[in-house]
Design a protein around this ligand. Structure first.
Ligand code: 3PG
Ligand code: MG
Length: 398
């Protein structure tokens, strides 16, 4: 993997550091409901503070079209301050121009400011060089700690690091190192576990990942499309029937490349997706016409668990069943626990990511047991598709 600059390559004492963060955290009724991204940013801020930098945090929040007070970053000042031990965080009501400059200029070494939502300016998403230059005017060096936004070719991610000395923050560094360890130079056998509802959103991922792994287990509703493609009955299950040829193509390519595919052998079915509904567990050749496949059955879980035990590295994206609705959480919970156990005992290096996957791991209570859990959704997927992420490319030393 190409090398990228880190905080160790930057001199920050007395300098104004523009720190691109991803504070696009879930907020409900003005409260942050999951502060993971803020907590993971804290070590970078603390390290910059220790280095006597003047720290200017910038981020997007939501997808505003122009200025939208309901998507202000101001409510993030308090959670950010809490994450860095209660240190004061000043707020600039704009991210460029005189208001931003006034707040930034007032910073002393070791102090922190947060700028208003970058996406209030259309230049951000347009990757506009003029807007990037207006940001660059505020600072001396640039640090990107927003891996979860690295798939966006936006001004603060792509254009700005070309204008200032740039480096990866600690969170970005850990994320890149974990993903590299899992896909570029992993210990074999490598297994991928890919779930979720639609094959259509994960076609590129499946095609790329099968070139990298020794075995690929497919779960979630997307497995139904593969079962259908093999002539299995899927009843009223979610299934992209128009992708049957594509699914057969993927199975064929995988076989050709020596990547073994693990598909469900049995399924937990029900007539509707409702908590506590009556279920029937059947082999995949016997799914009733009026039923939906909502989880994989115990035989499939045993197969996946055995494959995990025979692997050294795991990349996991997407739940295996409709885990938000019990009892269809069983397979996902069982597999999460088995991944956690194998990782804890040093037998498996495990990397997982994606919003639903992170929620499922939290539900199983095993988030901290995996080798690495990424907070990135889209960026994690694009990485698994083998794509170059603009935010990573901008930090890479040629
Ligand atoms: C995310 O939460 O996935 C990132 O912050 C990127 O946000 P976006 O999908 O609105 O670009
Ligand atoms: Mg997103």
């Amino acid at each position: 993997m190409p090398r990228f600059r880190t905080l160790d390559d930057l001199v920050v004492a007395g300098k104004i550091v523009l720190l691109r963060a991803d504070l696009n955290v879930p907020v409900k009724d003005g409260r942050v409901t999951d502060a993971t991204r803020i907590e993971r940013l804290a070590p970078t801020i603390m390290s910059l503070i220790a280095g006597e930098a003047r720290v200017v945090v910038m981020s997007h929040f939501g997808r505003p079209k122009g200025v939208d007070p309901s998507l202000s970053l101001r409510p993030l000042v308090a959670p950010l301050s809490r994450a860095i031990g209660g240190r004061h965080v000043s707020f600039a009501p704009d991210c460029i121009g005189p208001e931003a400059k006034r707040v930034v200029d007032a910073l002393k070494p070791g102090e922190v400011a947060l700028l208003e939502n970058l996406r209030f300016h259309p230049g951000e998403e347009a990757n506009d060089t003029g807007f990037a230059a207006a940001l660059a005017e505020l600072g001396d060096v640039y640090v990107d700690d927003a891996f979860s936004a690295a798939h966006r070719a936006h001004a603060s991610i792509a254009a700005l690091p070309r204008l200032l000395p740039a480096a990866a923050g600690k969170n970005m560094q850990i994320e890149l190192e974990a993903l590299t360890a899992a896909l570029e130079a992993p210990e074999h056998p490598v297994m991928a576990l890919i779930g979720g509802s639609k094959v259509s959103t994960k076609l590129d991922l499946l095609k790329f990942i099968m070139t990298k792994v020794d075995r690929l287990a497919i779960g979630g509703a997307m497995a139904n499309t593969f079962l259908f493609a093999q002539g299995r009955p899927v009843g009223r299950s979610l299934c992209e029937k128009d992708l049957a040829d594509t699914a057969r193509g993927i199975l064929y390519q995988a076989a050709d490349r020596g990547c073994s595919i693990i598909l469900p052998d049995d399924a937990v079915t029900a007539e509707k997706l409702e908590p506590g509904v009556v279920t029937r567990t059947v082999g995949v050749t016997a799914v009733p016409m009026n039923a939906m496949i909502l989880d994989v059955g115990p035989q499939t879980v045993a197969g996946i668990t055995a494959a995990l035990a025979a692997s050294r590295t795991l990349v996991w994206n997407g739940p295996i069943g409709a885990f938000e609705t019990p009892p269809f959480d069983r397979a996902t919970m069982a597999v999460a626990k088995s991944v956690a156990e194998l990782t804890r005992s040093g037998k498996l290096m495990s990397v997982a990511g994606g919003g639903d996957t992170v929620a499922a791991l939290a539900m199983a209570g095993v988030t901290d047991d995996l080798t690495y859990v990424s907070t990135a959704g889209g960026a994690f997927l694009e990485w698994l598709e083998g794509r170059e992420l603009p935010g990573v490319a901008a930090l890479t030393i040629a």
